[in-house]
Design a protein around this ligand. Structure first.
Ligand code: P6P
Length: 357
């Protein structure tokens, strides 16, 4: 029995108490539990995650009513730094992240898929310990048809004052991340994050307006049946990737799943095992996905969950970008599935060397 502050006792852990404890395991409390500290640094990281949660709630709210509100769905008519047509929700979600971190004292700089250069929050900079890199809406093609979309984020330490605005300190390998995660806007809104001590998922309880702990220490199965890739690009792949897909096609036990939103496809693999691939293509030899705010944060998570993330020839977390919006091929998921894809790439590369020699 534990003596509660009121002097009453909690008889064991009754179901009601357990339920109350669960409802009180919010995102901010969980971060402090993870860090086992109430230091200023720990409080800042906890507050930062809480604000990511606020951004997620604001975006989820807008998405839940998108079909009913004018000026919410569809394109803006603009093209972003990626050369992609911008959707109204892309702009809204990007602005949400900026708004929730203004006057926060937490984040000095925001780097987003939707902004060519990082956004500085000068009032935070003297003390802001962190930079946040994010894809505000991942899977925009799903927006107008009410399918799942996500937000992806990566937390790095604010290094130097970046006086020239080159953000060169962000151009470092993915091991420099101190945290990462994503929000999946689906039938429920789920936030999955890691600060280097396991991967944990939270579900938004609309009645509380809080993300409540759902699953702790998620481990991706060492191998799984799912392969997730846009086979419409088959004609654009290198022969080694075609060899892998041909192998899968003639093998029992595989299931194809591809939702068009990286976050949803990744989430499925995190829980059920398998591999997601977005290889280089003829049109985009470096792949389509962006390293700093898509591949690297998910690579951080999958490695924390016991899986792997590779370009096909190099671990994603080892890649050092040369520019903010650098793209990379991505093969991510269960250890054994990723290793198998890599083996096809290595075999083909060995064979081509043999032929040349
Ligand atoms: P494709 C969404 O635009 C995105 O960046 C990822 O979320 C998704 O995995 C990928 O592009 C889908 O690209 O070429 O298969 O439509």
């Amino acid at each position: 029995m534990v003596n509660a502050p009121t002097g009453e006792t909690r008889i064991g852990q009754t179901e009601q108490v357990q339920s109350l404890d669960r409802d009180c395991t919010t995102l901010s409390r969980h971060v402090l539990q993870q860090l086992k500290s109430f230091s200023a640094d720990a409080q800042d990281l906890s507050a930062l995650m809480n604000r990511v949660g606020l951004a997620a709630k604001l975006i989820a709210r807008r998405l839940s009513r998108a079909g009913l509100m004018a000026d919410t769905l569809g394109f803006t008519g603009a093209v972003n730094v990626q050369g992609e047509s911008v959707k109204k929700m892309d702009v809204y979600a990007n602005e949400v992240f900026i708004s929730v971190f203004q006057q926060s004292g937490l984040v000095c700089r925001l780097a987003s898929e939707e902004m060519e250069k990082p956004y500085y929050i000068p009032e935070n900079c003297p003390i802001g310990r962190y930079s946040l890199l994010y894809d505000p809406i991942d899977g925009s093609s799903n927006l107008d048809i009410n399918l799942d979309v996500g937000s992806i984020f990566s937390i790095r330490k604010q290094e130097g004052d970046d006086a020239d605005g080159s953000a060169s300190d962000l151009l470092q390998h993915g091991h420099k991340q101190i945290g990462a995660g994503y929000v999946l806007y689906g039938p429920s809104t789920i936030l999955v994050y890691s600060i280097g001590q396991g991967v944990h998922s939270f579900t938004l309880d609309p009645s509380l307006g809080e993300f409540i702990l759902a699953t702790e220490n998620i481990q991706v199965p060492s191998r799984g049946p799912i392969y997730s890739v846009n086979e419409g690009n088959f004609w654009q792949w290198k022969e080694s990737l075609r060899d892998y897909i041909r192998y899968v096609h003639r093998s029992e036990g595989y299931t194809a799943r591809y939702g068009g939103a990286l976050v949803g496809d990744f989430h499925r693999i995190l829980f059920q095992g398998g591999v997601f691939l977005y290889p280089g293509t003829v049109k985009q030899p470096e792949g389509k996905l962006r390293l700093l705010y898509e591949s690297a944060p998910l690579a951080f998570l999958i490695e924390q969950a016991g899986g792997r993330a590779s370009t096909g020839t190099q671990d994603i977390l080892d890649v050092v970008p040369t520019k903010l919006h650098e793209r990379s091929p991505l093969i991510i998921g269960s250890k054994e599935n990723v290793a198998m894809v890599e083996s096809f790439i290595q075999d083909r590369s060995r064979n081509s060397r043999t032929v040349e020699s």
